[in-house]
Design a protein around this ligand. Structure first.
Ligand SMILES: CCCCCCCC/C=C\C=C\CC(=O)SCCNC(=O)CCNC(=O)[C@H](O)C(C)(C)COP(=O)(O)OP(=O)(O)OC[C@H]1O[C@@H](n2cnc3c(N)ncnc32)[C@H](O)[C@@H]1OP(=O)(O)O
Length: 302
């Protein structure tokens, strides 16, 4: 089975070069994230980046409507945005948020895991791994401003950040709910959750597929702050000041010290993890469970 389609190869095949703010904001000079004037937003079709180089950070907005599901193209665009900001010395931090009202992310795109062939599953999983590794180990400070419901793979993305601010809306639950779909959170999803909330809370949350509303998410330590909905971004910006005040090399080395052992577990077994995923997701029973879940999502509308 052909496992290896590097993310850079993916990038070349899937993406147009950087484009200036597609969609409604095309061609406009928007206020920068921190309020600076004259700094152009940039991005790709599904990721809008509002840079504020003077303040040293950018706001990265996910906009893959309707639910910011993490499709292969979307994962690739997120990675390219991250790479671009990481390679520019003007940026020390990112605030990750959503441009889709009421939704941070519905997690991995079920259509990428349903009815496709093993080569596709392998390519997709490699991109999911890459996204986690790059966000988890980024030398930038990454703060998530969670302004909507946030399931499974979307929750993993937020857990990979250094700090999480969640909007205080009881509809905005967040967690690793894989078991509700009849699937299993991989070990590195589990490790990331354990590192955030501790073993006992993670054990219960993972088995029951719990999605925590804001007050509970705060109580178990899944998020660091809950604020009124209209203050999520400003709270993330305020928090950033504390992180940016620390000497960068000391903070980065400390982050690496804390996170590298967890990332190394996946790095050591990356291909085996892809093969496990492909075998698991290709099973008839798993495919059936995913189809039933998708059907339920559609039915709830009728
Ligand atoms: C041996 C060991 C091996 C280990 C193997 C490990 C295997 C691990 C495998 C997979 C791991 C997966 C992790 C995941 O992330 S799975 C995804 C989990 N996500 C969810 O459960 C969330 C599902 N979505 C929702 O609950 C809702 O959509 C919600 C986000 C709450 C938004 O609700 P609402 O605003 O009412 O919108 P709709 O439900 O109507 O959705 C709009 C359309 O979007 C489609 N949709 C929703 N979620 C997804 C998704 N994750 N992927 C793809 N498509 C999605 C939905 O069907 C609607 O489509 P349509 O308009 O065509 O009806």
């Amino acid at each position: 089975m052909a496992l290896a389609v590097g993310i850079r190869g993916l990038t070349r095949s899937l993406l147009r070069p950087w484009v200036r703010v597609p969609g409604p904001a095309r061609g406009r000079t928007e206020p920068a994230a921190g309020g600076g004037d004259g700094v152009r937003c940039f991005g790709s079709p599904r990721v809008l980046v509002e840079p504020d180089p003077a303040a040293g950070f950018a706001v990265m907005k996910m906009r893959n409507p309707p639910v910011n599901s993490l499709s292969l193209e979307f994962l690739t665009e997120l990675l390219i945005s991250l790479e671009k900001l990481e390679s520019d010395k003007a940026f020390h931090a990112i605030i990750l948020t959503s441009d889709c009202p009421g939704i941070f992310s519905a997690g991995l795109d079920l259509m990428e895991m349903c009815g496709r062939d093993p080569t596709h599953y392998a390519e997709y999983w490699k991109a999911v791994q890459e996204l986690w590794l790059r966000f988890y180990l980024s030398h930038l400070v990454v703060i998530s401003a969670i302004n909507g419901v946030n399931a499974a793979g979307g929750c993993l993305l937020a857990l990979s950040c250094d700090y999480r601010v969640l909007a205080d809306n009881p509809k905005y639950a967040m967690g690793l709910n894989e078991t509700l779909l009849g699937i299993i959170a991989p070990f590195w999803f589990k490790d990331t959750l354990v590192n955030t909330v501790g073993h006992r809370t993670a054990e219960r949350a993972l088995q029951l597929g719990l999605l925590f509303p804001p007050a509970e998410a705060l109580q178990v330590g899944m998020v660091d702050k809950v604020v009124p909905e209209d203050q999520v971004l400003s709270a993330a910006r305020s928090e950033l000041a504390q992180w940016l005040a620390i000497p960068g090399h000391a903070r980065q080395l400390t982050k690496s010290l804390m996170r590298k052992p967890t990332a190394d577990r996946l790095l050591k077994e990356r291909d085996a993890d892809i093969q496990n995923f492909v075998r698991f997701i290709s099973r008839d029973a798993i495919q059936k469970a995913l189809r039933v879940y998708l059907e339920k999502l559609k039915q709830k509308k009728t």
